[in-house]
Ligand binder design. Structure first.
Ligand SMILES: *[C@@H]1O[C@H](CO)[C@@H](O)[C@H](O)[C@H]1NC(C)=O
Length: 500
């Protein structure tokens, strides 16, 4: 009789654990219809019953899963089966299936046996929140934290606009209420489900087109940008730019942040900031990145840029995520020289494009290159010297293209541009052997299902790489930049912004 009982017990236990055990990250975790994690997850090795995660109850917003086999190997490659250690990791809600195994170091703990609860509260449940007041210019919005019993407690006041963004730490599951500062009327109520960046109220238009003569401003800007780029002598790399790939865990973190906040994009303020983005023709959006998260990304990206530039670099700027939509164009330009020596573009996501939207970058001899990026790709570039832009309009109904930009200069050296190249700097590619020509390399299916001919540029001199523009365009002065802007804009969609 006793035997019979324990056999029953064993059966039901193994059924319970088999139900939770994950053998494949891609197949066995919970994903939504877009292939993104449908909840925050807490992952730990199966079979270790001393592991606090194995017996803890999952709180609001979380699923706890034990890993075995290939999943265990992918998430915890250093784990030795039978070890008494309890490594844990918590991939975020909204992480793409392809990188759900890749978890940033700040969301991992090599052994949680003695500190599971504190670590989990501080690293998995804790969520940064950034809020902007677009509700009222006159009176700050009042933000209340709502306690367990439903009582609102004043948390902070938020003044109007992007510059007055307030960021703070909260926890998944906490509730908030925003009230009009004058009337006390509740304007918004929300529960924190993930790292959050949003606004109370609606962002105003990017700028006021009244009083502008855009064609004239664009032409004088392009002439000026040409002159600026000619002033810089210092180079870091053979061509002035290079395409590479983000590490999976950084891509996972950026991708989930964007996905979770994709409906919170705000119009970027462009008044008085020039004509580099065609904000009068198409809306340009941004998402503010919470400060701690930004710091985590910055340090990882800095190490990549440093390795590429070949000198120690310090971070000077990181712009929030930018989201471009159909019709967006970026004028050819160079960046502010004292702070922008070497920079990085990251493509985080792109949707509904009917044509690629290449980054245009001039090499050190002003030959035009067009570099096509996929989500997770990065392009390093010498931002004060290499002219860059995206003059071709972003094409596709409901097209979206989401980028991050981050900027560096040689550590402690705001006058870096006045210095000669140090010994060991790669030789810039100026004179080249032979020529480049456009060649048919095959066929491919176009978005309209027709078969199209794929052409690529082949150069005799391999140092030019495979990104030379199919137009074989080389600029020799500001007038050429103006020609390129006119040429690429010839078939652009009519302005969506109504200028009267
Ligand atoms: C792509 O376009 C379709 C149709 O306009 C739209 O419903 C969808 O939301 C777009 N996808 C994204 C991710 O923006």
């Amino acid at each position: 009789m006793k035997l019979f009982f324990s056999a029953l017990l064993a059966t039901s236990l193994s059924a319970a654990s088999a139900d939770k055990t994950v053998f494949s990250v891609k197949d066995d975790l919970s994903f939504d219809e877009s292939g993104k994690l449908a909840a925050h997850h807490m992952l730990y090795p199966a079979g270790n019953w001393d592991c606090p995660a194995a017996t803890a109850a999952a709180p609001h917003g979380f699923e706890f899963r034990a890993l075995a086999g290939e999943a265990l190997q992918m998430v915890f490659p250093d784990y030795e089966p039978g070890s008494s250690a309890c490594p844990v990791a918590c991939p975020e809600l909204g992480t793409d299936r392809s990188v759900a195994h890749a978890i940033m170091p700040h969301r991992r703990n090599p052994d949680s046996t003695n500190n599971f609860n504190d670590w989990f509260e501080g690293n998995c449940k804790r969520a940064e929140v950034c809020l902007i007041n677009y509700h009222s210019r006159e009176t700050p919005v009042k933000l209340f934290w709502v306690d367990r019993d439903g009582n609102p407690k004043l948390h902070m006041e938020i003044e109007y606009g992007e510059r007055k963004t307030r960021c703070f730490h909260s926890f998944v599951g906490h509730r908030f209420q925003a009230q009009d500062g004058d009337t006390g009327a509740v304007v918004e109520e929300f529960t924190i489900e993930h790292t959050l960046s949003t606004a109370i109220g609606e962002s105003p238009p990017s700028g006021d087109p009244q009083g502008h003569n855009f064609d004239r401003e664009i032409e004088s800007t392009l002439r000026h940008e040409w002159t600026k780029h000619e002033r810089i002598q210092r180079t870091f790399s053979p061509l002035g730019f290079k395409k590479a790939r983000l590490p999976d865990d950084v891509f996972a973190s950026m991708g989930s942040f964007y996905f979770n906040n994709r409906n919170n994009v705000l119009r970027e303020e462009w008044n008085g900031k020039g004509v580099f983005v065609n904000w009068w023709e198409t809306d340009c959006y941004f998402v503010q990145i919470p400060w701690d998260l930004k710091g985590k990304w910055q340090e990882r990206l800095r190490l990549l840029v440093e390795a590429w530039a070949g000198v120690p670099v310090e971070q000077t700027d990181m712009y929030g995520l930018r989201q471009y939509v159909e019709g967006a164009r970026l004028l050819t330009h160079v960046d502010r020289e004292s702070t922008h020596a070497v920079s990085l573009i990251v493509n985080i996501a792109q949707h509904n494009l009917t044509e690629p939207w290449p980054v245009e970058a001039n090499d050190h001899a002003d030959r035009l290159h067009e570099i096509i990026m996929q989500p997770g790709d990065i392009v390093y570039y010498e931002s004060a010297k290499a002219l860059h832009g995206r003059n071709r309009p972003l094409m596709g109904e409901d097209a979206r293209y989401i980028n991050l930009f981050t900027h560096y200069r040689p550590t402690g050296d705001p006058k870096w541009m006045l210095k000669a190249n140090p010994e060991g700097t790669p030789e810039p590619v100026l004179e080249v052997k032979g020529e480049c020509r456009l060649q048919t390399v095959g066929t491919a299916e176009l978005p309209n299902k027709q078969l199209g001919i794929v052409e690529a540029v082949k150069c005799d001199d391999e140092r030019l790489g495979d990104t030379i523009s199919p137009t074989l365009f080389t600029a020799t002065g500001g007038e050429d930049l103006i020609d390129w802007w006119k040429m690429t804009g010839a078939n652009r969609k009519k302005a969506t912004y109504n200028i009267e």
